[in-house]
Every structure is written in C-alpha cells, then in structure tokens.
Design a protein around this ligand. Structure first.
Ligand SMILES: *Cc1c(COP(=O)(O)O)cnc(C)c1O
Length: 243
C-alpha cells in the first residue's frame, strides 16, 4: 500500500509539472518568446525530498529553497541526483558561509553587508557565486533593496568579483505584493525589467536574468520578460505547515 501511495503522489506531481510547462509554453507563444528562454525553478520549501525525487524522475532539474537548514538537509538527502539548487529566501549574513558555493544562484541578495560576506565566503571556498539582487517593490515588504539604492549596491557587487572567485551578478529578482489578479502584478514585472535595462546600460554589465513570477502570476511575468520563474504551489500543491 505504501508503494501505491507513493506512486500516485509521483504521478500527481508529474501531471502538475506537465500542466505548468504547458502554461509556460502558451505564455511564451503569446509573448513571441522561445520557450527555452524561460527556466522553471520548482520551489520545494516545506515539501519532502521524496517529492523532489519524483519530480527529478519526471524531468525537473532546478529546485529552490528558502531556509538554509532545510535546504542543506535536502541536499544531503538527495546527494548524487542531477539537481541544480537555488536559494530564494531571506539570508542572514551569518549564514552566508553555509550558502556560498552550494547553490547555482542566490536570488535574494539585498544588502552591501551580505554581499561582502557572501563574496568573502565564496572566495574562501574558491568559487564564483552567481547572485541576483532582490528589489523591494512594496511598502509592506521588508526584504529587498530600494530602487534608489540599487545602483550603489550593484556597483559594489560587481566589484566583489576577482577573476573566478567572489560574486557574479546575473540580474534582478522581485517578489511583488500579493494580489488576487495576476494583472495587478504585471506593472511590477515591467518595472523590474526596466530597472534591469537601465542598470545594465549604466554599468555596462550584461545582467541577463529576471527572476519573477510565481504560482499566481507566472504567465504575466513571462510576458514581461522573466527568464526564471519560481513556482511552488502549482507543482507541489499547498504547502504543509512548517514543522
Ligand atoms: C515560496 C516562494 C515561491 C513560490 O510561491 P508559490 O506561490 O507557491 O508558487 C516563489 N518565490 C519565493 C521567494 C518564495 O518564497
């Protein structure tokens, strides 16, 4: 019986994944974009390693976590699997050491202090840590750098790369306020893209990535230029309560 429960969960996850991919393809078609230009990152926070494994078997390769301890535990449980791990949660400076070099992309860099510490830890580990800057886009939001302080932080981060160690700035991320309708999030996505374009021009840096769009609004985000969408609930179902 345990096996059949597992099997039905695995097929449920595979079906949900396929549905999300179908919606991504439609959104790309509407926007005239190549589906290959958008990466789907499955946000697995609070979901068990067995769910992640089922999705790996269904062809999903990129996963994101929001809590350092939970993420490292799952990395251990799934060691040897072909997984690219992302970090999307709030990161305390004192945990930078545990993160450097263990995630392909940290989406949530938002202070100079954290940048300096993460760069130092990446250098200690001999790695180039790819990062995005998280932009604060709403009054009720605590995380993220304010638009006005973005150019200064971006310049700092660009200075924290030394050949093949330190930080590699890849773009911007946002978590707009929660809305009932995805259309309400669209202006925030358009704004993130505009900020990226301005910053890229003023700094002469490529900044290829825009991490934006979640379960409720990823199609609008794709239409506005997202290169990475972070989807949890549509793939895994509702999140269990945190233990
Ligand atoms: C949890 C989380 C997501 C996924 O949210 P869903 O609405 O479940 O798709 C995306 N991004 C971040 C930063 C998150 O913390």
């Amino acid at each position: 019986m345990a096996l059949s429960t597992h099997t039905s969960r695995a097929s449920e996850l595979a079906a949900r994944l396929a549905e999300v991919k179908g919606r991504m393809e439609w959104a790309c078609a509407r926007a005239g974009r190549d589906p290959e230009s958008v990466r789907l990152v499955a946000v697995s926070k609070f979901h068990p390693a067995s769910d992640i494994l089922a999705l790996v078997e269904a062809g999903q390769r990129e996963f994101a976590e929001s809590y350092v301890q939970e993420a490292l535990l799952k990395q251990d449980q799934l060691v040897g699997q072909d997984i690219l791990w992302h970090f999307v949660g709030g990161l305390q400076t004192k945990k930078a050491k545990q993160v450097a070099g263990r995630f392909v992309l940290v989406h949530s860099l938002d202070t100079g202090k954290l940048a300096v510490e993460l760069a130092r830890r990446a250098a200690d580990a001999g790695v180039l840590q790819s990062v995005l800057l998280e932009i604060n886009m709403g009054e009720e939001q605590k995380a993220g750098v304010d638009e006005a302080e973005l150019p200064e932080l971006a310049e700092l981060v660009l200075s924290l790369r030394e050949d093949d160690v330190g930080l590699d700035l890849q773009g911007l991320m946002c978590l707009p306020p929660m809305f009932d309708a995805p259309e309400e999030a669209r202006p925030y996505f358009a704004r993130l893209r505009e900020l990226r374009d301005e910053l890229s021009a003023s700094l002469g840096a490529a900044l290829p990535h825009l991490s934006m769009g979640m379960t409720g609004d990823f199609e609008a985000a794709i239409e506005e230029g997202a290169t990475i969408i972070r989807v949890g609930t549509s793939i895994f179902g509702a999140r269990p309560q945190k233990r």
